[in-house]
Write a protein of this length. Structure first.
Length: 319
């Protein structure tokens, strides 16, 4: 928390808590605080607008953390779970503490409490002893857990580990299974993105102004729901792609809400930073509707472009 204040003054609008096993935070500290307690403290004692959590072990999501993920709007609706597999025997051989049924139940409860939550997951293909039936269970988990942000990779042996001494799946088979998982996840993701057409998104734009992200995801190229938008690697390409996608639907993207612009570039205004990345992208695709850009950082700058031909007013402050 001590590091947040200077970061805030530098324009940082989102904080991400990361770790190899984030939900294991606390038992070795005085008072044995939990991750949920840490998140509560951060929200109570800082003005951070957006807080994102990295990979979570679902079995360790307690009632406090569950409530924060589903009820606290400053906690981004993006839950990445360390699932690893969708077959109970494989999970047991991996020494995971959760079952397939527990994973499915957790996701159902998360999405019932906060429907806009997007689910990410780590999945391993071709773990030793995995047969076709076991793999089929993992493949089906993508739909059963509505996984739209997958992190999929084929198993590779590590010396001096128990798994390395188990009967191995042929590397070619593991790679083929990983490809099948990615294909299934891509199809699931496409269906999900189609449900977001016509929604209004909030984008956090980062330096140098040609990339940004929304609340529901990381590394995406399309857009999500009110207050959240897919994490995009390139804001210009993302908005252009989304605008093109939206034009095929019954609605059009009307407004892009910018929560912050990341670290400043000396002498550059909000309008300088964003016009080329967002407004020009929409104009290039034939969007003739009004688009409002709102910088809700310190100073509250609003930049509105009437795509009917009116010039974009200069921003009132530098960032």
């Amino acid at each position: 928390m001590a590091a947040y204040d200077p970061a805030r003054h530098a324009g940082v609008a989102e904080v991400v808590l990361t770790g190899v096993d984030l939900t294991s935070y606390g038992p070795d500290l005085p008072g044995a605080p939990t991750l949920g307690m840490l998140v509560e403290r951060i929200l109570a004692h800082t003005g951070v607008a957006r807080l994102r959590l990295s990979s979570l072990d679902g079995i360790e999501i307690d009632a406090r953390l569950f409530a924060l993920l589903t009820q606290e709007k400053r906690v981004m609706p993006h839950v990445h779970l360390s699932l690893q597999a969708g077959d109970d025997m494989v999970l047991k051989r991996m020494k995971r503490r959760h079952s397939r049924a527990q994973s499915v139940d957790l996701v159902m409860r998360l999405k019932a409490a906060r429907p806009e939550i997007a689910i990410g997951a780590d999945l391993i293909a071709g773990f030793p002893t995995e047969d076709e039936a076991m793999f089929a269970n993992t493949l089906a988990l993508i739909d059963d857990c509505d996984i739209v942000h997958p992190h999929i990779f084929p198993y590779s042996p590590r010396d001096r580990t128990p798994a390395a001494r188990m009967p191995q799946v042929a590397p070619g088979v593991a790679k083929a299974r990983a490809a099948a998982l990615r294909e299934r996840a891509a199809a699931r993701r496409a269906v999900w993105l189609d449900t977001l057409i016509g929604t209004r998104q909030s984008i956090l734009v980062e330096r140098p102004g040609d990339r940004g992200h929304a609340g529901q995801l990381l590394g995406s190229r399309r857009v999500v729901t009110e207050g959240t938008l897919p994490h995009c690697a390139d804001a210009h390409r993302t908005v252009a792609h989304h605008a093109d996608h939206v034009e095929r639907g019954p609605h059009a993207l009307q407004r892009v809400e910018v929560l912050g612009v990341g670290l400043p570039v000396p002498g550059q205004t909000v309008e300088d930073r964003l016009a080329g990345n967002v407004l020009d992208a929409l104009h290039h695709l034939g969007q003739e509707r009004a688009v409002g850009l709102h910088h809700r950082g310190e100073g509250d700058t609003a930049v509105t472009d009437q795509r009917s031909g009116h010039a974009v007013p200069r921003a009132r402050r530098h960032v």
